[in-house]
Design a protein around this ligand. Structure first.
Ligand SMILES: Cc1ncc(COP(=O)(O)O)c(C=O)c1O
Length: 337
């Protein structure tokens, strides 16, 4: 593959060498194994199929300049999966088991980790599903934990080029629901608003807080951040959004590397004027500058509809610099395979 082809990999499934699977039966996890096929055979009575008892994670393996491969903050993904499991009454996957499974998958697919300098990575998708025979609405008798992967390029078209987004009146999660868990059901709820936004020519939709519909909650499958005109980094504090590992990393970078004031707070739709720049952030999205937000007859342009703002660019450079091993990150952020 040429460098250009790696850049245009997109975010789709590609053939890989092997994936990991482990079974939970009679109260404990087995050792797990690597296998070639990406199919699973489960009972049609499985709770994952009927009641959405399922959660997943997303993290990337990055090729460094020296050829080695590293993960970015995998322990945070392991902890978040444990919190999702708690919320959905599934057995927790031990942190060591999670990291070991990711390592095994990266090693078995190391020839598929894209070269340094392409921006492309190997995306890892750990998942846990409730399986076994069950009819009533109750937790499953058995579980499967697995890790699959695929080489990926950028999630939004155009990499660091700004995108336009539209406010949706749909909610992806309820105020005290499962928004903080990475549960499949939240994503099922997001398919329709996402599709409607795409059909209207937007990169994705923006969700408002489900209680009052006055504040920005999330940007599709990414968190929102804004840079105020007085140079503060602000990101929504909400019980219905996924606590993004990228977002918390950017908060740290903004404060410690760029000396900015950082705040988790309210981002009111009628006060977007306080921001000079805005972006969407996440493992898949990395940082995608928000050029414009549309809502009914309101149109709000941030820095520019065609160019990334200077603070967003700096945050992107430091974040990706750490992720690809060019910049030394804080202790524990990088996990070399
Ligand atoms: C709904 C949602 N919000 C935010 C994020 C970003 O989270 P992270 O930075 O941990 O990837 C994701 C992606 O995982 C997501 O699916």
């Amino acid at each position: 593959m040429t460098k250009e082809e790696y850049k245009n990999l997109g975010f789709v499934v590609r053939e890989t060498n092997a994936n990991y699977i482990s079974y939970y039966k009679n109260g404990s996890w087995d050792e797990g194994l690597m296998r070639d096929e990406d199919t699973i055979t489960i009972s049609a009575f499985s709770t994952a199929l009927h009641y959405g008892q399922e959660a997943f994670e997303g993290l990337k393996a990055y090729r460094r300049k020296d050829g080695r491969i590293q993960l970015f903050r995998p322990t945070e993904n392991a902890k978040r999966l444990q919190r999702s499991c708690e919320r959905l009454l599934m057995p927790k996957v031990p942190i060591d088991k999670f990291i070991d499974a990711c390592e095994q998958v990266v090693k078995a697919n190391q020839d598929l980790v894209p070269p340094y300098g392409t921006g492309a990575t190997l995306y890892l998708r750990p998942y846990i599903i409730g399986v076994g025979k069950n009819l009533g609405v109750r937790p499953a008798p058995e579980y499967i934990f697995g890790v699959i992967c695929s080489p990926v390029g950028s999630y939004f078209k155009g990499g660091l080029a700004p995108n336009k987004f539209v406010i949706t009146q749909y909610d992806r999660a309820a105020p005290h629901g499962t928004g903080q868990a990475k549960a499949g059901g939240n994503y099922a709820a997001s398919l329709l608003p996402h599709e409607l936004a795409k059909k209207q020519g937007y990169a994705d939709c923006i969700y408002l807080d489900p209680l009052t519909h006055t504040k920005i909650d999330e940007v599709g499958a990414a968190n929102f951040f804004g840079i105020t005109k007085d140079n503060r980094f602000i990101t929504p504090k909400s019980s219905s959004i996924l606590p993004s590992i990228t977002k918390y990393s950017l908060m740290y970078i903004a404060e410690k590397y760029l000396g900015m004031e950082v705040e988790e707070g309210d981002v009111y739709l009628d006060q977007l004027d306080i921001f000079k720049e805005a972006g969407a952030c996440g493992t898949a999205a990395v940082i995608s500058p928000i050029g414009r937000i549309d809502c009914d007859d309101m149109q709000h342009v941030f820095y520019s509809e065609t160019e990334v703002g200077p603070v967003t660019k700096k945050l992107y450079e430091i974040l990706t610099g750490i992720q690809f091993g060019d910049i030394e990150g804080p202790e524990g952020w990088v996990h070399i395979i």
